[in-house]
Design a binder for this molecule. Structure first.
Ligand SMILES: [Zn+2]
Length: 149
């Protein structure tokens, strides 16, 4: 799933449960639940160099360019743990930053850890048509969050 969907899910969970003890682990868990849904991906999964061969990638990144600043605005003044929940809901994808820098740019071997293999495997449903799921999920989460703040 895209960055915005993970961030919005974490923030929405936090504002719904109103408890950091419940919100933080639930936000982390939400990452894997969202990744297990069919979502946008491109054939070949060849990394960022390949991703931008598809127009839909630009559209999905546009969602982030609007969604992330909007989230910062919506969460302004909220408790630290709401921000932490949003971050935790996205955090597992930081491993893809490592993959991009170390593997795609420098040619080092990927991590290949049990976590990375699990994280990769649950994303069974990456399709270009997944944009038809990702965008409505974003709109729904953005509407829910907007109502809560
Ligand atoms: Zn992920």
């Amino acid at each position: 799933m895209t960055t915005s969907n993970h961030l919005y899910a974490g923030a929405t969970i936090a504002l719904t449960v109103q408890s950091p003890l419940v919100a933080l682990p639930a936000a982390l868990l939400s990452h894997f639940l969202l990744d297990a849904l069919p979502h946008y991906g491109y054939p070949g999964r060849g990394g960022y160099a390949e991703a931008f061969n598809y127009r839909a990638t630009y559209f999905m990144e546009s969602v982030n360019l609007v969604g992330v600043p909007l989230l910062l605005y919506l969460l302004w003044g909220k408790p630290w743990w709401v921000w932490a929940a949003a971050f935790l809901a996205l955090a597992p994808d930081l491993v893809w930053v490592y993959r991009y820098v170390a593997y795609e740019r420098k040619g080092w071997l990927p991590i290949g850890s049990l976590f990375t293999r699990f994280h990769n495997k649950i994303q069974w449903g990456e399709y270009t048509w997944g944009i038809l799921i990702e965008v409505p999920v974003f709109v729904l989460l953005a509407m829910m969050l907007t109502e809560m703040v």
